[in-house]
Design a protein around this ligand. Structure first.
Ligand code: UD1
Length: 340
């Protein structure tokens, strides 16, 4: 038991948390999920049990419940917390900023409070490339200026700053900030994947729903950007690679490394039309689309310089766009209505 450190995953039943849960077990850790199921379904737990072949440790509840989190850290002798729990819909955050401040900032504050009353001072945080705002150039390195273009992005930036302030106040804190680019794909079993509530905001799940026949066509938001084919370019990263980045982050911190903030991307950009073609290839299904006006707040290109993560964590992305589409398709076609 002692050689299997326990890791608390807030929001561990969600898309990225669930894939990281599996990767942690494979790496010899004991992950424990804390989730209020506000944006995930309990059905994921049975799928995780099928994939890992063992009972899933899960506590239903909120990260804002300081006593609950304290109790979990004590009871399970948590070595590291990975803080996934947070709302992530950009448009919703513009319409309901307070909901985002309360949940994302309040959740982080409560978690830090709970941890402060225990001996656990090691935390990995789900940040986002959104903290680079509208980047002046690509590829993006970690020393680019940070800014925000919506309340969701603002919460990620402030959470990063909260961690920095904790480290200044007490150097015992060691934090790993992972700035995700565009996570896509699914576990190769087809048992877990992204299950957006309502129409997907993000490209890959939308494309998957068009391919499976749930939606008639994709709106391509703009074809007049300064990119090779005029459509937006992003750094899509397989969620399995992203899960491995969390394992590497935990291992690095538990081996005593200093705090870090790293990009988690492939370093390669793909356009919307490249994604459409790759998905058609992987699924054997047509993905009809129409060109629509640009989406407010979108940038032409966003992709990482991913070398720092390799240098500090010994991690790099391995999977191709074709793999991402194949796994996304397996999940979507096996579970057309998500977790039911
Ligand atoms: C979006 C968020 C970002 C957040 C990330 C989380 C916005 C403006 N940005 O990033 O803050 O961290 O999700 O995953 O919402 N596209 C279409 N049609 C669609 C959907 C998307 O053409 O139906 C295009 C977009 O214009 C963009 C690309 O596909 O060029 C990727 O879009 P998306 O998946 O929403 O990711 P981001 O905009 O990069």
């Amino acid at each position: 038991m002692t050689n299997k450190p326990s890791i608390l995953l807030t929001g561990g039943a969600g898309y990225i948390g669930s894939h990281t849960f599996v990767a942690l077990i494979e790496a010899g850790f004991t992950p424990i999920i804390l989730d209020d199921f506000s944006n995930s379904k309990p059905a994921v737990l049975e799928r995780l049990q099928r994939i890992t072949g063992q009972p899933v440790k899960c506590q239903q509840g909120s990260v804002a419940d300081v006593e609950l989190v304290q109790g979990l850290i004590h009871r399970h002798q948590i070595a590291t917390v990975i803080h996934f729990a947070g709302f992530k819909a950009v448009g919703e955050s513009v319409a309901q900023p307070l909901k985002y401040f309360e949940n994302n900032l309040g959740g982080m504050m409560a978690l830090l409070n709970a941890m402060q009353s225990t001996t656990c001072r090691t935390l990995v945080f789900s940040s986002s490339a959104t903290v680079y705002g509208d980047p002046a150039s690509v590829p993006i390195t970690e020393d680019f200026p940070r800014s925000h273009t919506n309340p969701y992005g603002h919460t990620k930036l402030v959470c990063e700053d909260m961690l920095a302030a904790m480290r200044v106040a007490n150097p015992a804190w060691r934090t790993g900030v992972l700035r995700y680019f565009n996570p896509v794909g699914a576990h190769p079993s087809g048992l877990i994947g992204e299950d957006p509530a309502g129409p997907p905001n993000n490209l890959m799940p939308y494309v998957a729903q068009v391919a499976v026949g749930k939606r008639p066509f994709l709106n391509v938001y703009g074809n007049d950007y300064a990119t090779p084919d005029g459509t937006g370019v992003r750094d899509y990263i397989h969620v399995q690679d992203l899960a491995q980045a969390h394992v590497a982050a935990v291992q690095t911190l538990l081996h005593g490394a200093d705090s870090f903030a790293v990009n988690v991307g492939t370093g390669q950009g793909h356009s919307v039309l490249e994604v459409v073609r790759a998905f058609e290839q992987a699924s054997g299904k047509p993905v009809p689309y129409q060109i629509a006006p640009r989406r407010a707040g979108d940038v032409a290109q966003c992709y990482a310089d991913a070398t720092l993560a390799q240098d500090l964590l010994g991690w790099r992305a391995k999977q191709t766009l074709a793999n991402m589409c194949e796994d996304s398709w397996r999940w979507q076609s096996n579970n057309p209505d998500g977790f039911v």
